[in-house]
Design a protein around this ligand. Sequence first.
Ligand code: ZN
Ligand code: ZN
Length: 417
Amino acid sequence: MSSSHPIVLRNLKLLEPTFDEVREGYEILIEGDRIRELSDTPITAALAQVIDCGGRVVMPGLIDCHVHCMHSEVYMRRMEDVPLTMAAARGARRIREMIDRGFTTARDTGGTDWGMKAAVDQGLIPGPRLFIAGRSIGPTGGHSDGRSRTNSGYACPCCNGQAFLRLVVDGADEVRKAVREQMRQGCDHVKIMVSGGVASPHDPLDSDQFSDDEISAAVEEAEAFGRYVCAHAYTPRAITRAVTLGVRTIEHGNLIDAAAAAVMAEHGAYLVANLVAYVAMKERAAEYGMPPAMLEKNDMVLEGGYRSLEICREAGVKVAYGSDLLGPLATDQSREFSIRREVQPAMDVIRSATTIAAEVIRRPGQLGTLKAGAWADLIVVDGDPLDDISVLENQGARMAAIMKGGVFHKNRIGAAA
Ligand code: ZN
Ligand code: ZN
């Protein structure tokens, strides 16, 4: 899938997140799907295709650590009326739009199966490298349980758009079996629900979900397979419980306090924050059918999102970039940059979507950097994101080129800026 000739990128401003500033005079040699050399002196390579980047900024492809490629409705119960073929078609479009925005890697936290991942890997549909959780796993009545109260049974969702989204299981043995099944299905990590959620009908935000032995069973099985557990959690209590039991990443974490952040720091756990989801839901979720009870829960976590970044910075907890946008709200995926920039330096925001994100998905040095040995995933940007981070927004409009694995997804470098 990679080009046969090496590529040299020159006349560029380098935004390498492991450096502290944009540097000039660098050149990049790409061979196959990898970066072979990052040099501050001119590179000569036989038969290389030389590309003049016109003085634009070159930086690693972006990484979103919290997406749901297959969640094509805002109000999830509407997925019941989406046939599997339509669900796949919508998912393919959502994936393509992510790489159009410069996200060359996405970590799916529930809903995307190995078939979609393989379809991208085989070049059948354009999209980011996918790291998948398969079905997210939660208890009866928890954040994974979207049933109406009149539905006392659990109808098999295998013929509608909910098929791959989630599993409802109870007891350590059922959790164990569900986790093993996700591993068998080629998942990169396991997603569990340990507190209430916004986009679920009947669970209070501050509810604890899963017992200690259920969480421990998930961690034990994931680690036995060489994988890890990420947990949906909002409250200090849920965060502390999950991390203490071995969960490696906390998703959302909006209501975190200093004590819970200290526990995360002690265990080396990561926070994946996604402030944009709450902003976008407040603005537009009602028009896509989200009921008032869910919008009320959204208001409860919206403000905490900004505080959570500050609390984690003080405690030394690394925070990765997430978006978590459902349905048509996904067009706001890059808006998390501007939202975080209100409270963080631009370089910290960029690291959250490059080097820190690469640590979350256990690919440091391979993703989120332009250093030798990394996958050749990069974007060429009109404008300097350190001066104006919004150049990374607007559906990739300011990206002159987007490359994944040494292959251009988009290349307008020759065209006028
Ligand atoms: Zn969640
Ligand atoms: Zn999510």
